[in-house]
Design a protein around this ligand. Structure first.
Ligand SMILES: *Cc1c(COP(=O)(O)O)cnc(C)c1O
Length: 375
């Protein structure tokens, strides 16, 4: 049996090596390392895959969120609501730009923010919401859009973990996550569902004016070279990363299927264990399983993790400390209500190895060991 890894990027690369290598080589041959034609080509391909008007590539997912927030023209006392149970990047940039993050609780089953929790946290200063499509499944966007409309708020989707997932509206209409709110932000960090070989990110929107502004912000605030209309940043996806992503985008649906199938194998093998709750698939979203995350209900989580480690099975805790308890936020954030579920989840979650190259032998071994632990 091959060594089990949380993410196996090497085996995935081996399968598309010829295609990826020649794509990288053509960038090297062109020496057009920054703003090569391949960056625009990839952006266009991603835009048509997602059915969105504009895709603006940038340096990473955190920059994508920063540029999105910068484009909204907010003022210092303004507040942005985001979940407490997420990766720090979702909230970090709010504080970094001098705005106030307001943390709200998530739903225990889906790990995602609820519209109800968001509505309770709204104040006169609230200007935007950042729903995070955590672990590969969409937040309840239809209800979030309704709240946003009622209170006139921007919606910035953090889709770093869910690119390619569909949100299913109550009338049956489907839209890709990241294209539903005002702006969508994603990351191409190597271990994400669509990952490059370094850092990368992108911003999505159907709003022409915002797209233009975000393009300027990502490029030192200029449209015409050396004419800086606003303060911006330097955030680019480089040509080599775009060349890799352009190849991998063609495989994204097949990768999604591999992850989904692996998730079903885990769930079938583990769902009858009383101490464990397997992931809940909501009716309003497809699940692209960026993570396969269990809830360990009887307090044995850390013990199970150590036991799996002894059997050379890696498992990770995403996330051990909710953001409202992080030191970095203590002075600047506001708690938008009870955050009990986020705290409870941080003590019960355990993510198993999940990637496109898991094989049945590895999964059966993992399932067998977990079953053995609870016998
Ligand atoms: C990975 C991630 C980001 C940040 O992406 P980077 O490319 O690492 O900056 C933001 N939000 C979430 C939810 C993520 O998982």
């Amino acid at each position: 049996m091959n060594k089990i890894q949380m993410v196996d990027l090497k085996s995935q690369y081996q399968k598309i090596k010829t295609e990826v290598d020649s794509s990288i080589q053509s960038v090297i041959d062109s020496t057009s390392f920054i703003k090569g034609g391949i960056v625009e080509e990839f952006a266009n391909n991603l835009a048509s895959f997602l059915s969105v008007k504009h895709v603006i590539p940038c340096g990473n997912g955190t920059d994508a969120l920063q540029i999105a927030i910068m484009s909204l023209g907010l003022k210092p006392s303004d507040e942005i609501i985001c979940p407490s149970f997420t990766f720090i990047a979702s909230a970090e940039v709010i504080g970094l730009l001098g705005f106030r993050p307001v943390f709200v609780d998530v739903d225990y089953d889906s790990f995602n923010v609820t519209a109800k929790n968001i509505e309770k946290a709204i104040s006169l200063n609230t200007k935007a919401i950042i729903p995070v499509h955590l672990f590969g499944q969409a937040a309840p966007m239809e209800e979030i859009l309704a709240i946003a409309k009622k209170y006139d708020l921007y919606v910035i989707e953090d889709t770093a973990q869910a690119i390619g997932a569909d949100y299913i509206f109550s009338n049956g209409e489907k839209k890709k996550v990241g294209t539903i709110g005002t702006i969508g932000c994603t990351s191409f960090f190597p271990s994400k569902n669509l990952g490059c070989f370094g850092d990368g990110g992108a911003i999505m929107t159907n709003d022409d004016a915002l797209a233009e502004k975000m393009k300027m912000i990502a490029n030192h605030g200029m449209k015409v070279r050396y004419h800086h209309e606003i303060l911006g940043v330097n955030s680019r996806l480089d040509s080599i990363q775009a060349a890799i992503l352009n190849v991998k985008l063609k495989h994204l649906e097949e990768y999604q299927k591999a992850r989904y199938d692996a998730a079903q194998i885990y769930t079938n093998g583990l769902k009858d264990i009383e101490s464990i709750e397997t992931p809940v698939e909501t009716p309003y979203s497809t699940h692209v399983y960026h993570q396969y995350t269990l809830k360990i209900k009887d307090g044995t989580r850390d013990e199970l993790k150590a036991y799996l480690q002894d059997w050379n099975i890696p498992a990770m805790i995403y996330y051990p400390i909710p953001l409202h308890l992080q030191k970095a936020f203590l002075q600047i954030a506001r708690q938008g209500g009870e955050l009990e579920t986020s705290e409870r989840l941080s003590e019960t979650v355990l993510s198993l190895p999940m990637h496109t190259e898991l094989d049945l032998e590895q999964q059966n071994y993992i399932i067998e060991k977990i079953r053995g632990f609870y016998k």
